[in-house]
Design a protein around this ligand. Structure first.
Ligand SMILES: Cc1ncc(COP(=O)(O)O)c(C=O)c1O
Length: 447
């Protein structure tokens, strides 16, 4: 791809984007006096590489900015709102719970219904809740450390498990090192990072018998898509058993792809499953599930202020609040249904097939990526097998150019690390519109 041409198109589209959004520009200017980068969370600026627009409202698969532009949302806040904006059943649950109090630091009955439902979907009997998937991963790691008496965390290059100390590390060829600022130099001391799909490297690390847990996304979803090769995930579980480590499946993203996540779709048998994002229709929640043995261990190491012995470091005053759980219950029963997932997968086929057709028509050396309801643009023809290969194939300028082009035509495209994903509120027409705009973008690129 000609990078100059990409830069020219992006510059033209950026000018059009900014010109059509004067109200967002005014709000950004005002916001810069009270918030770094003019946003309440710096990522809202860092993720897009162009000035973000301010949002007014959302409904179904669409949202509207303060300048009156409507977007079909193919990113859904990095898939955390892929259950659709203002879903009627979810909105009802929010209103009813809000009218009856949202937080007591005591359990509500919805917690049982959600845990029972998740137990059926994931085959793990016991569940705990936090406010985000990052926090659920943190607690899952701590539980694994207590269970094994070891500190080590083994993870894979190209994976992302949240902004938590142990996992914000990459591999520099020799050792795990932080890729973010503000963390102590040695915070990745107990973390090892090996290539995805490489069981030999896993074996080498686990044989040291210092690893408490292997933390894995069943498919890498934060570097485009990287699928597990045949036998990789089963081999991981077997190696964990043999070396006394726990396998944690982080299904924060992949839970959107199948009923019961990839754990159910691919019949995986992790010791712990982590969820978050869409589980509660966009209301903050994180969850992790495990079997009775780990539940008993937790019971025996309760964090008890009156007790003499130290307890397991889990919990937070706002975790597992009544609102998160009421909304999770409504989301699971009304949106994340078997029918909903089946419909999404059909729309995902249409989306990925459509992208492949556009690529073929233009004769580009690219490929559509596809895993049920998620698609992607692979800038190459050979599927990457690990994070290193996937990162090397990413073209950030090209993805940013595509997002601006599409935003100007009413389609909100995914952030660079994700692909377009189907939301539970989408229709065939939404997919058709994505493909129409994508086809135009490819034509302009190739002109
Ligand atoms: C696989 C995975 N795990 C954990 C997280 C962290 O989620 P959150 O930022 O909602 O805590 C993410 C976020 O993208 C993720 O993709």
């Amino acid at each position: 791809m000609n990078q100059e041409r990409i830069a020219d198109i992006a510059a033209r589209e950026l000018e059009r984007f900014e010109k059509a959004r004067p109200r967002s520009a005014t709000l950004r200017e005002r916001a810069a006096a009270s918030m770094p980068s003019g946003v309440p969370m710096a990522w809202m600026s860092g993720l897009y590489h162009h000035p973000p627009m301010f949002v007014e409202s959302g409904g179904g698969a669409h949202f509207r900015d303060v300048d009156g532009h409507d977007y079909i949302d193919f990113n859904q806040a990095d898939m955390s709102s892929n259950t659709g904006y203002a879903d009627p059943a979810v909105t009802r649950a929010i209103n009813e719970r809000a009218a009856a109090g949202i937080q007591f630091l005591l359990p509500v009955e919805d917690a049982i219904a959600v845990s029972e439902d998740l137990a059926r979907r994931f085959g793990l009997s016991h569940w705990q809740y936090t406010l985000s998937a990052s926090l659920a991963n943190s607690e899952a790691i701590r539980l694994a450390r207590l269970a094994t008496g070891r500190d080590g965390v083994l993870m894979f290059d190209g994976s992302y498990h949240g902004h938590i100390g142990e996992t914000m590390v990459g591999h520099d060829g020799e050792q795990a090192k932080s890729y973010a600022l503000g963390l102590p130099d040695d915070h990745g001391r107990d973390t090892a990072v090996v290539p995805f799909n490489d069981l030999d490297e896993v074996e080498r690390e686990l044989a040291k018998r210092t690893t408490a847990c292997v933390l894995v996304e069943p498919a890498l979803t934060n570097v485009g898509l990287v699928l597990p090769q045949d036998g990789f995930l089963a081999g991981l579980r077997e190696a964990c058993e043999r070396h006394g480590a726990l396998l944690i499946a982080d299904e924060t993203h992949t839970h959107m792809l199948a009923y019961g996540g990839l754990v159910n779709l691919w019949d995986l048998k992790p010791h712990i499953v982590v969820l978050g994002k869409n589980l509660s229709g966009g209301i903050p929640i994180g969850a992790y599930g495990f079997g009775r043995d780990l539940a008993d261990l937790m019971d025996r190491h309760l964090f008890d202020h009156a007790g003499d012995e130290a307890g397991l470091a889990t919990g937070g005053t706002l975790y597992a609040n009544a609102l998160s759980l009421a909304v999770a219950q409504a989301t699971l029963s009304h949106v994340l249904t078997k029918d909903g997932y089946a419909r999404n997968a059909r729309l995902g086929d249409k989306l990925a097939d459509g992208i492949q057709t556009i690529i073929d028509e233009a004769g580009l050396p690219w490929r559509a990526q596809h895993l049920t309801s998620r698609a992607g643009w692979l800038i190459g023809t050979r599927e990457p097998v690990n994070g290193g290969e996937a990162v090397a194939m990413m073209d950030i300028d090209l993805a940013d150019c595509r997002r601006l082009f599409m935003a100007n035509r009413g389609v909100w495209e995914a952030i660079v690390t994700a692909g377009p994903a189907v939301s539970f509120a989408m229709t065939e027409d939404d997919i058709d519109r994505y493909l129409e705009v994508a086809r135009d973008w490819v034509r302009v690129l190739a002109a």
